[in-house]
Design a protein around this ligand. Structure first.
Ligand SMILES: Cc1cc2nc3c(=O)[nH]c(=O)nc-3n(C[C@H](O)[C@H](O)[C@H](O)COP(=O)(O)OP(=O)(O)OC[C@H]3O[C@@H](n4cnc5c(N)ncnc54)[C@H](O)[C@@H]3O)c2cc1C
Length: 399
């Protein structure tokens, strides 16, 4: 384990902090709730302020499932963090009492040569995890994959799906038991040194404020968000029902990660139906700007379904149950932004398509910084996945 990751991972076993502090957390998505968990289990006095419900259906975190895996393309710093990220999830599940990680094979369907492959071969080897090219016979056992135009398919071990919505519910139930206060329907209007001002005119005093407001963070901290290069991106996803004769194939199917060169969507990721989650596809396009409250971009439905058709065999026999739009923040190079601002305010943005899987570990990093165990600059560097990273060009952060 690299040194900063080791320092953060030292907080995985539960213990009390020497000097408890009052912390206000803005936002009850996965990052806000995990931050509250990481702090409250160490004895800090935490108040979570959430504008909507807990969890709120419009939060990026609120979905049936999220992918977790070690493979991180050329962002090798993040791959190096993943063993500790899995350990953080195990600690969280031990405390909520429910293991919400569904192990699942992951197959990357490549249609062009990419530096992703060599980097992932290297990081999987370093983590002691399998990485293999699937031959035709192995591909026959994945009949749901559309093999048209396929260059090769690669299976990576150590992957799974997180039952996202259930995890949010579990955290919302656990936090009061740890002494944290969770306040739904409490919108924060402004952040200042010494606490936050609420939209209803009230205020909450705190020694430190963590803004984990997802796509809404730029509204609360416009200057800091602009300086960090944050922008709001619109994602599209669809839930599907497989035809009856493909139900068995889907119940044994791996997750499929299908980049489509030159396609408007960039490709699709596919979560097979498991543990109550519906079959889901989502796009990789991150260029479409979104804004909270804006009308959904209908034009993207057709592009998503077209990409689904290219990724999934006999796609048109599947029934589209629902199409959803979601917002998340994007940062330059798809990296987390954890930034200390004046007055003990922290901008915490779980950027891009990989914010869920890292949330408990990143939250422990925030706890380490709030306790001055690591410096603010070190935290930002570490959370950006820079520790131990050789290559500056990222490929394949998004799930
Ligand atoms: C379609 C899609 C697929 C994804 N797939 C994956 C994946 O497979 N694996 C993975 O690791 N990650 C994935 N991600 C990314 C991940 O889900 C996000 O990075 C993560 O959920 C962001 O969490 P968050 O807590 O930062 O923000 P959010 O979940 O958006 O939470 C922010 C919360 O802050 C609240 N809020 C905002 N403003 C205020 C205010 N002023 N006062 C009070 N409350 C406020 C909001 O109501 C909201 O509840 C995906 C994201 C999307 C959209």
């Amino acid at each position: 384990m690299l040194p900063l990751t080791r320092q953060v991972a030292a907080l995985i076993p539960r213990a009390a902090a020497a000097r408890p502090r009052r912390v206000a957390v803005v936002g009850a998505g996965i990052l806000g709730l995990c931050t509250a968990w990481a702090l409250a289990r160490r004895g800090h006095a935490v108040t979570v302020l959430e504008a909507g419900a807990v969890p709120d259906p419009s939060a990026a975190s609120c979905d049936e499932g999220r992918i977790i895996r070690h493979a991180y393309g050329t962002m090798e710093g993040y791959a190096a963090m993943m063993p500790a990220a899995f350990a953080a999830w195990r600690a969280l599940f031990a405390e909520t009492g429910a293991d919400r990680l569904v192990p699942c094979r992951a197959v990357y369907a490549l249609r062009a040569e990419t530096p992703w492959e060599a980097a992932v071969a290297r990081t999987q080897r370093a983590a002691g995890l399998g990485f293999c090219r699937l031959d035709d016979a192995a591909l026959d056992s994945v009949p749901v994959l559309n093999r048209e135009g396929l260059l090769r398919a690669i299976e990576v071990d150590g992957s799974g799906m997180l039952l996202a919505r259930l995890i949010l519910d579990d955290l919302a139930a656990l936090l009061p038991q740890l002494g944290a206060i969770v306040r739904p329907g409490t919108a924060v209007a402004a952040v200042s040194a010494g606490g936050v001002r609420l939209r209803d005119g009230g205020s909450v005093a705190a020694d430190a404020v963590v803004v984990a407001a997802g796509a809404w963070a730029p509204r609360l901290l416009p200057e800091a968000a602009a300086a960090a290069g944050l922008r709001v991106s619109l994602q599209t996803l669809a839930y599907l029902a497989p035809p009856e004769d493909l139900a068995a194939a889907w119940s044994a199917a791996p997750m499929l990660l299908c980049r489509l060169p030159n396609h408007a969507t960039g490709g699709v990721y596919v979560l097979p139906p498991r543990a109550g989650m519906r079959l889901k596809i989502g796009d990789y396009a991150t260029d479409a700007a979104g804004a909270p409250g804006a009308a959904p971009d209908i034009a993207r439905h057709a592009a998503l379904l077209d990409a689904g058709r290219r990724a999934i065999a006999r796609f048109d026999r599947h029934r589209v149950l629902a199409i959803r739009h979601c917002l998340y923040t994007m940062a330059p190079e798809d990296r987390f932004v954890l930034q200390a601002l004046p007055g003990e305010t922290w901008l915490a943005s779980a950027c891009s398509g990989h914010g869920f899987k890292l949330a408990p570990l990143v939250a422990l990093g925030l706890a380490a910084a709030l306790e001055s165990r690591i410096g603010a600059a070190e935290l930002g560097f570490w959370a950006a996945g820079r520790e131990g990273e050789a290559s500056p060009a990222p490929v394949g952060a998004g799930s």
